[in-house]
Design a protein around this ligand. Structure first.
Ligand SMILES: C[S@@+](CC[C@H](N)C(=O)[O-])C[C@H]1O[C@@H](n2cnc3c(N)ncnc32)[C@H](O)[C@@H]1O
Length: 200
């Protein structure tokens, strides 16, 4: 299951209309999203973004809400955490936030800073998810185990993962606690969640 299939499944099943993508890249996902009202934010002028700005500037000037927000911009924990907090301010009632690159399959792919090569890079987005899992009881947070890990965040509730200091969030820590830290769900389980609208 791809990120685009997840996004379009939510749009169909929840009748979402407005969609925001932070970090559009070459449009591989953005162009395939079926929402009738799409906003894409990216500072890179060669992308098909509808707004040329970084996410901080976009949110500082934004005045409208969105049903579905896909965060896939700068893959650094602090920026992603800020993007999540800003997205929560503009998420419409019943809305959902999806985050890409939450489940790195090996240590190299999540190294900070980004290695100077063209190999895939998730950055440390997983640490932003870990922060939500440890400290935000009023959110529902889980990660679909597909397409580099697609995080799903919405207002709700969750049983928190025990709090740990940021320094302890090593790749070894992720390997040991991956399932419960990320609250991983399989694509099949996710489909049944969407069908029944059950909070995980
Ligand atoms: C991995 S690509 C996005 C891929 C796209 N979302 C997809 O699924 O096909 C990351 C994009 O984020 C953009 N970006 C980097 N920093 C950003 C920021 N602070 N705010 C918004 N976009 C950012 C980059 O210019 C790049 O085009």
């Amino acid at each position: 299951m791809t990120r685009t299939e997840i996004i379009n499944t939510l749009i169909r099943s929840k009748h979402y209309r407005s969609y925001l993508e932070i970090g559009v890249g070459d449009g591989a996902n953005f162009n395939g999203v079926i929402a009738p009202d799409k906003t894409g934010v990216d500072p890179d002028p060669v992308t098909p973004a509808t707004i040329r700005a970084n996410s901080d500037r976009f949110f500082a000037e934004n005045g409208r809400g969105f049903d579905l927000i896909f965060i896939d911009g700068l893959h650094e924990r602090e920026q992603v955490t800020r993007d999540i907090d800003n997205s929560l301010k503009y998420l419409r009632v019943g809305g959902t936030i999806i985050l890409h690159d939450c489940n790195p399959p090996d240590e190299k792919v999540q190294l900070m800073p980004k290695p100077n090569d063209t190999s895939p890079w998730t950055g440390d987005v997983w640490k932003a998810i870990a922060g939500l899992r440890m400290h935000r009881p009023n959110l529902s947070v889980y990660v679909i185990d597909t397409d580099w890990g697609c995080g799903v965040v919405s207002p709700g509730s969750q049983r928190l993962f025990p709090s740990h200091p940021i320094e302890s969030l090593t790749y070894k820590f992720l390997e040991i606690h991956r399932q419960s830290l990320l609250n991983l769900v399989s694509p099949d389980v996710w489909y049944s969640i969407v069908r029944s609208s059950t909070v995980v």
